[in-house]
Design a protein around this ligand. Structure first.
Ligand SMILES: Nc1ncnc2c1ncn2[C@@H]1O[C@H](COP(=O)(O)OP(=O)(O)OP(=O)(O)O)[C@@H](O)[C@H]1O
Length: 449
């Protein structure tokens, strides 16, 4: 990537960085989790296992670099009418329901609707635990020979199919485009697969296995039924994503990334944290997907502090220091997480070329509003305002500001982000409860009068 191209990307949220420092309490109170999985215990959240893991895919570096640069240039120069933006209007939350209603991952009705594996519930052919190698036959069966009706997505890595294994588990089967992995990159594929095999966390998409056969490279991961966070922010699933759910999602993602960064054997940098890589369950809990770019972080005990490698990632989320130096650290993920926090508050995409100039880079605009004392004006207009929400917006943007610090040393660790988010959620929940009880008291008073 050329310097001037990098500059184009780097103009974003950091140059806008003007600090308004305030102390954020980081009491680390646990807050409430859903029954789906508690996160009151950091220890349990971060524990690792050696059995099954998270998704991976790798991507063509040339395409990624090209896409990154193109993204930045499109962001700056594309005439507005050619670029789609997020329409923040209530009406955009109409009835378009993609996968939301069939969120019953693995339910009989869904299987019947898709017509896959009618007999699978009775199957006794479960995969051996720990066996991560799939055969072509298994993949053909699971995808009904890569049936177009089971295609659920297309990404930089290739095509994604929904499938069902013989043991009944629903999976996403990611088939690499031919050429993404050539003969020489088999080692890279295998090393990434080894990484996936070793990680396991409730907020990471679980890795089931892979297949490497002639020119086929396939990764099999847990199917997450309820679409991506970006789709939900765009109201593609019918309902507005409530503020409390957004806070929970931020915490889920922070847990997953903290786990990766503090992974027992060796820290792992995700490198592509973005709202379209956050998948949601039917209970709106988040699972971080796409280890396409994941690399093991440098061993800081061995005196290294970064990994030098090619620039990869997605325009709008890229750490400017990484773009300048090609040096990747965990703090690059923290930067992307800061962009994601702003996305959660505003509902907007990181770059919205159709907006007026000062609002095109969402993080720059939101942080400016925050520093001017107008944080609440950045709230997604589809959400209701309340004292609790107003306070939480301020605090989230304050945390985002820290994550987006141009100097990576000034950024908090992901673990620190988790603690701050716990504290924000606790304050939010308490204030919401007291708002509600005072509301009901005053309505009782009115009724008595
Ligand atoms: N585990 C999964 N469960 C359910 N759907 C999935 C899963 N993984 C991917 N998808 C669907 O497939 C789409 C493409 O996913 P993929 O990870 O290949 O690309 P991407 O992250 O959207 O794009 P890019 O490769 O540019 O980062 C996703 O947007 C999602 O809709």
């Amino acid at each position: 990537m050329h310097n001037h191209q990098q500059q184009a990307i780097m103009k974003s949220p950091n140059s806008l960085y003007s600090r308004r420092r305030r102390d954020i309490s980081s009491s680390g109170s646990a807050g409430s989790g859903t029954p789906e999985r508690p996160y009151n215990s950091p220890a349990s959240t971060y524990s690792s296992s050696s059995s099954s893991h998270k998704s991976n895919s790798d991507k063509n570096p040339v395409k990624i670099a090209a896409r990154t640069v193109a993204g930045a240039f499109i962001a700056c120069f594309t005439p507005p009418e050619k670029v789609e933006t997020n329409n923040n209007s209530l009406s955009s939350c109409g009835g378009h329901s993609a996968d939301a209603s069939d969120a019953s991952s693995g339910s009989g009705s869904e299987r019947r609707r898709l017509g896959i594996y009618a007999t699978s519930n009775n199957s006794t052919h479960a995969r051996e635990p720990g066996n991560v190698k799939f055969s072509m036959d298994e993949i053909y069966k699971a995808t009904k020979n890569f049936s177009p009706s089971l295609k659920i997505g297309q990404g930089g890595f290739g095509t994604v199919y929904k499938g069902q294994l013989e043991d009944g588990n629903l999976v996403a089967i990611k088939r690499a485009k031919k050429g993404v992995y050539d003969k020489n990159s088999g080692a890279e594929f295998r090393s990434e697969v080894r990484t996936l095999e070793r990680v396991e966390h409730l907020n990471l998409v679980k890795f089931y296995g892979y297949l490497e056969h002639v020119d086929e490279r396939i990764i099999v991961v847990e199917y997450v039924a309820n679409g991506t966070l970006r789709e939900h922010l765009d109201c593609m699933h019918g309902n507005v994503l409530e503020y409390a759910a957004r806070l929970d999602i931020a915490i889920d993602v922070a847990h997953a990334v903290t786990y990766l960064h503090t992974y027992i054997d060796h820290p792992i940098i995700h490198r592509d944290i973005k709202s379209s890589n956050i998948l949601l369950t039917e209970n709106l809990r988040a699972k971080v997907a796409d280890f396409g770019f994941a690399r093991l972080a440098a061993d800081s005990e061995a005196g290294e502090t970064h990994v030098s490698t090619q620039v990869r990632g997605t325009a709008g989320y890229l750490d400017p220091e990484y773009l300048k130096t090609y040096q990747l650290t965990e703090k690059s993920d923290v930067y992307s997480f800061g962009v994601l926090l702003v996305e959660l508050v505003t509902g907007r995409r990181p770059i919205e070329p159709k907006r007026e100039l000062k609002e095109r880079i969402t993080a720059r605009w939101a942080i400016k509003k925050f520093t001017e004392g107008d944080a609440i004006l950045t709230l997604d207009p589809r959400l209701e305002r309340s004292a609790a929400t107003n306070l939480a917006i301020e605090k989230i943007l304050e945390l985002a500001l820290q994550c987006l610090a141009p100097n990576r040393r000034s950024r908090p660790s992901m673990r620190k982000c988790v603690e701050m988010l716990w504290s924000i959620r606790k304050d939010y929940t308490e204030l919401l409860a007291s708002d509600r009880s005072s509301d009901s008291r005053s309505s009782n008073t009115i009724r008595e009068e």
